[in-house]
Design a protein around this ligand. Structure first.
Ligand code: FAD
Length: 428
């Protein structure tokens, strides 16, 4: 019996394991390796950080769903991948052999690249549930003792949507607490302009987000390279397009939350032929690694080059729907290999994103992700906030049930004209 291992049970890895089971039936063994036996819905973390969600509302115990789908869950975590030997060495000293591997380990958060950065030092984070819970305590202190706030994303970050979301969510939570008038807010970002999002903008995200920031009295600094975080201020250089320093800002801050740059996790980093210098997994358009053809990758761990040169480095975001398209292509391609065929499915890598702005929101669709695009659409409205809640509830329901894509989800996506797979190609 063929043995397929999925490394990482986050947004990509859980549905990867389910979709493999759907496609391949009981004829294969499926192993899901994670740090712990709980799935946590990362997109809800900004809500956790202001107390709009509790941990129990956004977490799912993976054990019942895995048992139901005959997926063996390994909660001890991986220590190191040995791709030449088709083996994963686990954190508890055991090991797991595989015939095929899908890496879905998400990001390691590179807080150590800037002095004073991260929840162990002077800033808050919403990237992990534990960080979001700690950020909620800092939010309570801010409400009790209001002061200036800095929100944003640092140099090398790729995940800009959550930075904007959190600025607007915090604005709303502070208004609800009746202290917003004592909290000057500044949005500091490495993007060359507001609404770039690592995608050179989508539709009119520049106009929509600038207008939203203005209307909420949030000042901004773009092209920013943060030099240092202190307990009471953020020091950031604003760069010119030619890479010279335009101004150095020292912005007072009693509460700072900035998205960090990402890199690959230690278990898979620095493996010749598998990863790029930042530890992201090299994958071709079929999600397959060129050096180790039995290894595929999905999600934030996949290496995607930046769109173009910017004064300060920015990465390309990997959003939920794009990750789901990688998952569908990978399941299709592993099934092809098992059947003695060539992998031919490609994910569309469309960027479809709902950015919650606290009470309303901005949605965008970039199809394909790289401009020029066939669909380059963004829109604003209260419906986006409601749709984001729908996305959360539906995704958690899917994970709990052990389903990758129930029928009506397919229907809804097709009605929108958005497909997960490019039409299958037969070139080599
Ligand atoms: P993750 O979900 O991070 O999962 C990685 C998994 O790998 C984790 O369970 C981790 O424990 C496991 N792992 C890591 N190392 C090991 C190891 N050595 N051994 C075993 N397991 C390991 N996208 C959207 O489309 N919409 C949104 O609203 C949205 N909001 C976001 C908000 C935030 C704050 C962030 C950070 C991202 C957001 N994203 C959003 C982007 C993206 O969808 C998420 O980051 C998503 O969780 C990425 O999925 P993933 O599977 O690649 O990684």
């Amino acid at each position: 019996m063929q043995k397929i291992a999925v490394l990482g049970a986050g947004l990509g890895g859980t549905i990867m394991a389910y979709e493999l089971r759907d496609r391949l039936g009981k004829e294969v063994e499926i192993h899901l390796i994670n740090k712990g036996s709980t799935y946590s819905f990362v997109p809800s973390n900004p809500w956790v950080a202001v107390g709009w969600r509790g941990r129990e509302e956004i977490e799912v115990d993976l054990r019942p769903a895995c048992a139901k789908r005959s997926i063996t869950l390994h909660p001890q975590g991986a220590l190191r991948l040995q791709p030449s030997e088709n083996r994963i060495d686990m954190a508890d000293g055991t090991s797991l052999d595989y015939d095929y591997l899908v890496i879905a380990t998400g990001p390691e958060l590179a807080f150590d690249e800037i002095e004073g950065f991260g929840p162990e030092a002077h800033t808050q984070s919403v990237c992990h549930i534990e960080h979001a819970l700690a950020a909620k305590q800092a939010f309570d202190r801010l409400v009790a003792n209001p002061g200036p706030v800095v929100i944003g994303a640092v140099q090398g970050a790729s995940c800009f949507g959550p930075a904007y979301e959190f600025a607007f969510i915090l604005d709303k939570a502070l208004r609800d607490a009746k202290v917003r008038d004592r909290v000057p807010m500044t949005f500091v970002t490495s993007e060359p302009y507001i609404g770039h999002l690592g995608l050179d903008g989508v539709g009119d995200t520049k106009g929509l987000l600038e207008s939203a920031l203005r209307s909420k009295h949030i000042k901004w600094v773009t092209n920013a390279r943060v030099k240092k975080f202190d307990a009471d201020k953020v020091t950031a250089e604003e760069m010119n397009d030619d890479g010279t320093v335009k101004t150095t800002h020292e912005i007072a801050s009693a509460y700072t939350m900035m998205l960090p740059a990402f890199r690959g996790v230690a278990a898979i980093r620095d493996i010749e032929g598998l990863t790029n210098p930042r530890g992201f997994i090299l994958a071709d358009r079929h999600q397959q690694n060129p050096t180790f053809p039995n290894i595929f990758s999905v999600g934030v761990c996949v290496a995607i080059p930046p769109l173009g040169k910017t004064a300060v480095p920015v990465g390309v975001p990997k959003t939920g729907f794009m990750i789901e398209s990688m998952v569908t292509a990978t399941a299709h391609n592993i099934a092809a290999l098992i059947n003695g065929e060539k992998p031919d499915a490609q994910g569309t890598w469309n960027a479809v994103c709902l950015a919650d702005l606290g009470d309303g929101g901005i949605a965008f669709v970039a199809q394909p992700q790289l401009p020029p695009r066939n669909v380059n659409w963004s829109s604003q409205g209260k419906w986006v906030h409601a749709a984001k809640i729908g996305f959360e509830k539906y995704f958690l329901y899917k994970v709990k049930l052990g389903k990758s894509e129930p029928f009506y989800e397919k229907l809804a996506l097709q009605a929108l004209g958005i497909d997960k797979l490019k039409s299958v190609t037969f070139d080599t």
